[in-house]
Design a protein around this ligand. Structure first.
Ligand SMILES: O=P(O)(O)OC[C@H]1O[C@H](O)[C@H](O)[C@@H](O)[C@@H]1O
Length: 431
């Protein structure tokens, strides 16, 4: 990926970062890069995620999915980091396999999927690093039962990706299910380029090698200067803008196929950096759609936002047909791709003209290679930002707190967090 931080400079935007400040920050980037490299070398928790392009074995993943490779529909049962990476990849790329990501426990929604899909031609991909996440296990039990009721042997149609031990691993062993391992030292939100994100891609027939090669090429760019490394340029600029008041980061890809990448990014950024009263709030947006809803706020609301654009340089195009309505004739000279590009450039310029900081991330096209680079680049940007903030990027105690409270409430063990639910302060206004 390439990154253009010109519109984040203080000469353009407020808040903005001066060239001198960036040069000073670059010393911290160099020191952070040394820590990151050391972490990668030592395979330290979290940093190990940046080694995935070398560690992930595409043959192992393809062999494991072999029994379900014919699936017309793939249910991926997982949540957060055990769903969003896979969804980002498969929602971005064309495939004949339909993918459904069960990452919510809304009974109506789950039932509507299970009733609509022909389960004889479907398969299940259960993913949970811990193997204990209540939503994932509950959904798996529901889906499994639906397969049984439809007369489909779910044990022949299920693949599991989980940690070395835990309830899901036990279940996989008991039923002799093909099971892949979540690599050690890789938190869920950094695991898109492991089996966690790539099983669904393999079932969909995507090019796993190209995903990893794109990521590996991005890894090659990691170096001790933000001026030489697109990922660090982005991470350092986002951090510096947050320090100057841009506490919100609106991720706005200009490609429908990349919409899920903004969701994935939101988890990455929020869960990794939201600690010790620090962190930048990620917001999900989509170009051009949200130009017509959120842009007003971004251009004229509080000066507390960075807008991050992601744009693909080339892709499939389609001519806009001619019309005899004179006022619309200019459209007939253009393609939808040109319209998209013009809208992106106009939006970027409109923010810059109003002095609102924005950054442009460019990929060449939406394919496996470029996606691998984008995922890896944003992960590296996040790791760098975590170093600059001085937070523990790879833990998520605040999320674990609510997980424990939920389990306690459902009688899944003694969790003191559950007691806080009864202590809720009320000030009710009733009709
Ligand atoms: O993969 P699992 O163990 O099921 O966890 C799924 C998700 O659960 C929690 O919400 C964590 O905070 C996330 O980081 C994680 O991705």
């Amino acid at each position: 990926m390439n990154v253009d931080i010109g519109n984040a400079l203080a000469s353009v935007a407020s808040p903005g970062v001066s060239r001198e400040s960036l040069e000073r920050l670059d010393n911290h980037v160099a020191a952070a890069h040394e820590r990151i490299e050391r972490g990668m070398e030592n395979q330290a928790h979290g940093y190990e995620a940046l080694n995935l392009p070398q560690r992930t074995d595409p043959d192992e993943i393809r062999a494991a999915v072999e029994p379900i490779a014919d699936a017309e529909t793939l249910f991926t049962v997982g949540i957060g980091g055990s769903s969003l990476g896979a969804a980002t990849i498969t929602n971005a790329l064309e495939s004949d396999t339909e993918t459904i990501f069960l990452d919510n426990v809304d009974p109506e929604w789950i039932t509507s999927h299970l009733e609509r899909v022909s389960l004889e031609n479907a398969a299940i991909n259960v993913v949970s690093r811990s193997g204990t996440t209540a939503e994932t296990l509950a959904n798996f039990l529901v889906v499994r039962e639906a397969f049984e009721s439809a007369g489909v042997d779910w044990t022949e149609r299920t693949i599991v990706t989980t940690g070395e031990s835990g309830p899901l691993r036990e279940l996989a062993d008991r039923h002799d299910l093909p099971a892949l391992k979540v690599p050690d030292g890789v938190p869920g939100r950094f695991s898109a380029l492991s089996a966690v994100g790539m099983v669904a891609a393999a079932v969909c027939g995507h090019d796993l090698e190209a995903l990893l090669e794109g990521a590996a090429a991005e890894a090659e760019t990691l170096s001790g200067s933000l001026f030489e490394c697109p990922a660090y340029a982005y991470g350092a600029t986002a951090y510096a803008l947050d320090e100057r008041g841009a506490g919100v980061n609106a991720m706005m890809p200009y490609a429908e196929s990349l919409e899920t990448s903004a969701e994935w990014f939101a988890q990455l950024w929020a869960e990794s950096l939201g600690k010790d009263d620090l962190g930048q709030t990620p917001v999900r947006a989509l170009g051009v759609t949200d130009q017509h809803s959120q842009l007003q706020l971004y251009r004229a609301g509080p000066r507390d936002k960075l807008v991050t654009f992601v744009t693909a340089q080339e892709g499939t195009d389609r001519q806009i047909p001619d019309t005899d309505v004179a006022e619309l004739s200019y459209l007939g000279d253009a393609t939808l791709g040109e319209l998209l590009e013009a809208e992106f450039e106009a939006t970027e310029a409109s923010l810059a003209a109003a002095g609102r900081p924005n950054v442009r991330i460019e990929i060449e096209r939406v394919d496996e290679y470029e996606l691998g680079g984008l995922l890896y680049g944003l992960e590296a940007a996040c790791v760098l930002a975590g170093e600059l903030y001085g937070v523990n990027t790879f833990e998520q105690p605040a999320v674990e707190w609510a997980k424990n409270a939920t389990r306690g409430l459902l009688g899944g063990g003694e969790f003191e967090e559950a007691e806080a639910v009864a202590d809720k302060t009320e000030l009710r206004v009733e009709r």
